[in-house]
Design a protein around this ligand. Structure first.
Ligand code: SF4
Ligand code: SF4
Length: 450
């Protein structure tokens, strides 16, 4: 277990360095050290910064040693392990989901949000190799405090409660998906090196929910690319039957069936009650998760990690109810209504902005009025678009009404001020004493005058 103390110390050390970077050193020399940089900076425009170096370093390191980054340095991984330990300590039973198809979800997140848009951008814009370690700043792609906290709550704790061990790493994390590729070929792996007594201590202890015992006895090594090289299995095996060992890739045996999730794993009586198979409903779970995530992604400031976390939990709750034959249809129905409602909002915003950009103001009004009436949060920018659209369709009263609302939502917003000054100087407003006074009152408000 000494190795686990070392791992815990490394995790703490890495996060002390992160805090020092953020709050002490700042970003004048080293900017954002984030995985996203590889995609948003390097793939997109050729910029090599600190985040890109981290990703390239992790890729090469994983190719040799395995996914150490995930097991020894990642805060999402650490929080999920911690929450699993807390659940066990509190005697709260959580079961680990065993699914085949849902493992492709991280790949979809990776391709859809990080690889394809940036490659597409690079193909249509200049791409110049450049080195600048100080850009972008630390907070460039990070959410604010509230969304950050909620993301950790959902992807660090709730997902573990509902989907079991490292639910976020296994089903959502795009960086994990990226590192699975070199991990498949890593030279150091957990390998069978002694007599196994099938006690299944390794499977029970594995924080990623791998059926270690099945894999080492059938393939001679852990082939599951979710392995994060944490060494819990090797240090916990009472028979010293497994070790973390190097093998020359030339001597390695490769078999495609080793990487296809076997239908015979997770079935041994020693571990059967620790896992819940959703294999028969994998496709439904995958489709529901993607649809739900598309309905909420970006709303209320939510990032991809948070929206996919919520979507996966919601989709799983629907599937789980059906597995245990929950009699009431109301619960899944309520979930579907909430997501459909937000799906309409997202579609209306997307369509409304498209129409606004193509100067089709009648349709802008149609879509953005729907979006603002359904959205639980009032967004000043949409009222600015509506005000401009109503003005362009000749409805000055509605235009002023939305300008006022935009001001009430965000009085310090520069565009609101410009819009009100513009409206005030139009001939329609100058002719109308009541509206003119209304706008004057707004402009004379000390907050806006700032
Ligand atoms: S802990 Fe060791 S002996 Fe027990 S099942 Fe795993 S490899 Fe075999
Ligand atoms: S297989 Fe072993 S080393 Fe890999 S994640 Fe599971 S416990 Fe850790």
């Amino acid at each position: 277990m000494r190795i686990q103390y070392i791992r815990a110390s490394v995790l703490v050390g890495v996060h002390v360095l992160i805090l020092l970077h953020i709050f002490y050193f700042g970003d004048s020399t080293i900017g954002s050290v984030d995985f996203q940089e590889f995609f948003h900076s390097f793939l997109k425009s050729g910029l090599i910064n600190s985040g890109v170096i981290l990703v390239l370093g992790s890729f090469v390191f994983t190719l040799i040693f395995g996914r150490f980054f995930c097991g020894w340095a990642c805060h999402f991984g650490a929080i999920q392990e911690l929450s699993w330990i807390i659940l066990k300590k509190l005697n709260i039973k959580s079961i680990t989901i065993n699914s085949r198809l849902v493992v492709i979800l991280p790949l979809i997140v990776l391709l859809n949000y990080y690889v394809l848009p940036n490659v597409w951008y690079a193909l249509n814009n200049p791409w110049n190799l450049e080195i600048n370690l100080a850009t972008p700043d630390i907070w460039a792609f990070l959410p604010g405090a509230i969304i950050g906290f909620l993301t950790f709550l959902i992807d660090g704790f709730l997902i573990v409660y509902f989907l079991g061990k490292k639910g976020f790493c296994r089903f959502i994390c795009p960086w994990g998906a990226f590192l699975k590729i070199p991990n498949m070929f890593s030279m150091f792996k957990v390998r069978k090196t002694g007599e196994c007594t099938l006690c299944h201590e390794c499977t029970t202890g594995c924080p990623v929910g791998i059926d270690v015992s099945y894999e080492i006895n059938n393939y001679g090594k852990v082939t599951n690319t979710n392995c994060t090289s944490c060494m819990i299995c090797t240090s916990g095996c009472p028979s010293n039957a497994i070790s973390y060992e190097f093998k020359n890739p030339i001597d390695e045996t490769w078999n495609i069936k080793d990487f296809i999730n076997s239908t015979k794993s997770y079935l041994h009586p020693n571990i059967k009650d620790q896992f819940l198979s959703v294999r028969s409903r994998d496709m439904v779970l995958l489709i529901l998760t993607i649809l739900f995530a598309l309905c909420i992604d970006g709303l209320y400031g939510m990032g991809h990690f948070m929206s996919y976390g919520i979507a996966l939990i919601a989709a799983f709750l629907i599937i789980k109810k059906r597995i245990i034959k929950f009699p009431s249809i109301l619960f899944p129905l309520a979930i579907i209504i909430v997501f459909s409602w937000h799906g309409i909002i997202r579609y209306s915003i997307w369509k409304g902005i498209q129409e606004y950009e193509s100067k089709d103001y009648v349709n802008t009004i149609k879509h953005l009025e729907r979006a603002t009436s359904l959205h639980l949060k009032q967004i000043g920018l949409f009222h600015i678009y509506l005000s401009e659209s109503y003005f362009n369709t000749g409805d000055i009263y509605k235009s002023v009404e939305h300008a006022e609302r935009a001001y009430q939502i965000n009085p310090d917003y520069e565009s609101t001020k410009k819009l009100i000054i513009f409206l005030q100087n139009t001939s329609q407003v100058k002719k109308d004493i009541i509206i003119s006074k209304k706008l004057n009152d707004l402009l004379n408000n000390p907050k806006l005058a700032d």
